[in-house]
Design a protein around this ligand. Sequence first.
Ligand code: EPU
Length: 438
Amino acid sequence: MNDLLYVNGGNPLNGTITVRGAKNFVSKSMVASLLGETPSVLRNVPQIRDVKVVSGLLDLHGVNVKYDTDAGILDLDPSNVESAHVADIDAHAGSSRIPILFCGPLLHRLGEAFIPDLGGCRIGDRPINYHLDILRQFGAVVDKRPNGIHLRAPRRLQGTKISLPYPSVGATEQTLLTAVRADGITELSGAAIEPEIMDLIAVLQKMGAIISVDTDRVIRIEGVDRLEGYTHTALNDRIETASWASAALATGGDITVKGATQPEMMTFLNTFRKVGGRFEVQDDGIRFWHAGGDLKSIVLETDVHPGFMTDWQQPLVVALTQATGLSIVHETVYENRFGFTDALRKMGATIQVYKECLGGRDCRFGQRNFHHSAVVSGPTPLSAADIEVPDLRGGFSHLIAALAAKGQSTVRGIGLIDRGYENFQDKLEALGAEVVRG
Ligand code: EPU
């Protein structure tokens, strides 16, 4: 159903678009509203499917959600939080992994929580073992049943010492959302410190939480008895910003992204410059452009913050197909995030994937049969093709490839892109792209 996009590519994308709140912050901040005794207001909320999914999940749990889409303002009233049926949660959550983050807040509010089997993008196994271990450490009893997972808190959850084997974003958020109302102090070591997590900490602090971020990825949370609602303006989406920047590079264009902010983009901007892209940081955004001439090949490794984000990798790889020489990309966050390169090969790119850790240090996926390194040889002109979107970021990369390729491409499954890119078709048109929904 309108899940096709015909793309007439080969022309540079030029113009100005605006990004709003970060998908990977907004959804978590919405969950945080469950912890407050009074209503919360979240501003700068983009119209993306993940916001709809989380609104629906909150609604199922008795939260009164009002969303002014144009103004981007969400009002969340958790006065009547209640249990929801796992089948309804399952039906509503679709492929989202957000339900796992409802557990801590629901255990505090109701003493129990149910979650279905979890999805998310097809970019690896994406287990939830860290989450369940953390919840057990707080004192939750976890019961795996055929239709999902049932959790209960026989007594108030207790602060604890948690050490993450890997700085997982979700597991750090799980700890924060659970520890703030637990009894006593929680010390989390090996935490993720992504800007979206810092913004979540800011929200929780506004609600009354006591959280300190220490050196060496240690976060300390002092549990409190009561939290209030918050009013907050979401930080902007640095993944969407990088996606448009990569689109400018791959199509030889010039895109100003209003709302893009430099501090969260530093690592990306360094890489963008090394590839040969030009940028200018303005008061209200960042302009990205291809200055003409050859793009340069690079060696790149994805990592947790402050490293190069895994979500920036896929769009940038499309631009790397246009760089001269051999680029090496080592994906160290997900074991299986190069599936999208099949379509790029079909379009004429020369990309080989390897099981070895190429281009830097050994990572936890080495010697384990995961194709997690890629060598991109360029420049190769891309030709139009019929391609299927594999996941959110891979899907946007396919779009970029189709826009860079001469002729008409058919991109299937673009509904997945709506999960995280607000009004992307309008934005493409504003940048001069010739696209038509099928
Ligand atoms: N992991 C485990 N066990 C767990 C949880 C994670 O082994 O219980 C592993 C994962 O399999 C992965 C690594 O730890 O290899 C990192 O996963 P993390 O928990 O950090 O990822 P996430 O919280 O599930 C969020 C974003 C992703 C983004 C990653 C990394 C949301 C909703 N999702 O996922 O965003 O790639 O952090 O920054 O915030 C996207 O936006 O397209 C997207 C996939």
